[in-house]
Design a protein around this ligand. Structure first.
Ligand code: HH2
Length: 300
């Protein structure tokens, strides 16, 4: 419970929401994923029905998500592109429904299309998660700047359909850092306020298992860019690969067996400076990161 000054000078007690309590304990925010798609790699088809997506978003917020990220187009390798009207038809009812239900979280639109972002922002979203870092649509930078929304700029090599075809880097961390610094400059020049920009190395976007591990291990080098780092490792295939290797299996761990690896990667990313965690499973991430924060603080 937190004490806040009430009207007329009276102290008024109010219960903290789960996300406020989490942020106070860790200095971090959780971003819960709601994919209103038929083909997302881990939850495709589960939340295509708006009522199911809205109920799921409300549950994630109640568990501690400060941000609910609503997406209508899968970015998994090989995913088929979706038209603007189809994407809007998938995400707008979800955003409108969450707003109408009074969801206690900020709403994010996961899109590369300015037309989708504009309509989502008009419906109540206040965060634009653009995995192309404002490159896919020339209108996107102005759309974000005019709206005053927060935005995430993510590194991706190539495009989702082809990005996993033999990606190569000299020094992946240095290249991702240079890219993010350039995109940050571009966003600032377009009039997006610096305090509204977060950066993301794009785990799994045009990267091998080794590239993903190098980015996680050396995340502190990206933290020097001076903006909060968002990290999205949840259920991704490198976790399946590492888990399989450690258990002597030829097959990658199934998507529903990647929670432990997701948590390990998020905790290590937190220690190295990540401050926004994009996850499918909020409650376990919340508990693990709270423990990590308390341990790092050396609480007695
Ligand atoms: N990962 C995915 C989608 N959007 N956005 C950011 N900022 N960072 C990420 O790492 C990221 C993202 C892929 O995950 P998911 O949404 O679960 O799958 P799909 O793209 O198949 O819908």
């Amino acid at each position: 419970m937190r004490v806040t000054p009430g009207r007329g000078g009276e102290a008024e007690r109010r219960a903290q929401s789960a996300s406020e309590a989490f942020e106070e304990a860790t200095g971090a925010r959780l971003m819960g994923i709601v994919n209103a798609t038929p083909d997302s790699f881990s939850d495709g088809g589960r939340y295509l029905d708006p009522a199911a997506a809205i109920a799921h978003g409300l549950e994630l917020a109640q568990e501690g998500a400060a941000i609910i990220d609503v997406g209508g187009e899968s970015t998994r390798p090989g995913a088929q592109p979706v038209s603007e009207s189809e994407e809007c038809a998938r995400v707008l009812p979800v955003i409108e429904g969450l707003v109408a239900a009074g969801v206690p979280a900020q709403l994010s639109i996961d899109t590369c299309k300015a037309g989708v972002a504009r309509r989502a922002l008009a419906a109540g979203a206040t965060f634009v998660n653009d995995v192309s870092a404002l490159r896919a649509d020339p209108q996107m930078a102005a759309c974000v700047a005019e709206s005053g929304a927060e935005c995430c700029l993510m590194h991706m090599r190539g495009r989702p359909r082809t990005m996993q075809r033999d990606p190569r880097y000299g020094d992946v961390v240095a290249e991702v850092k240079r890219f993010l610094a350039e995109r940050l400059e571009l966003a600032l020049a377009a009039g997006i306020a610096e305090r509204r920009i977060v950066l993301d190395p794009g785990i799994g976007f045009g990267k091998t298992v080794a590239h993903n591990l190098a980015l996680l291990a050396r995340l502190d080098e990206l933290a020097t860019l001076g903006r909060p780092l968002l990290i999205g490792v949840s259920r991704k295939s490198f976790i399946g690969a590492i888990g399989a290797a450690a258990s002597g299996s030829e097959e990658p761990l199934a998507v529903d067996r990647r929670l432990a690896g997701t948590i390990a990667a998020n905790v290590l990313a937190y220690e190295r400076g990540a401050r926004i965690f994009r996850v499918h499973d909020i409650a376990p991430a919340r508990d693990a990161l709270a423990l990590a924060a308390a341990t790092l603080a050396g609480d007695e």
